[in-house]
Design a protein. Sequence first.
Length: 115
Amino acid sequence: VQLVESGGSLVQPGGSLRLSCAASGRFFSIGAMAWYRQAPGNQRERVATITRDGITNYADSVKGRFTISRDNAKNTVFLQMNSLKPEDTAVYYCNAFVVPNGDSWGQGTQVTVSS
């Protein structure tokens, strides 16, 4: 199973970005999907999760600014990020529970918020 993220970039404070993560390979189904991020010197933290049925959960730091969504037919998860702040700068990782393979991670995509 491969998870491939895209959409990371350099953006000014207050700007928006949309991250995508597509799963490919041989698997039966995908359960919960999530986005994590890791800034230099920090531990990896969970940003948002979404169940297969569309139930979402967000870290307090991104509530009201970020929106996670998914397209089950395309095995893809998205993260719409609005009102970006410099403290959102990090490598963003896609995570998915893939059946029967288990927990899977993407390689990460860099998001930099700076003027």
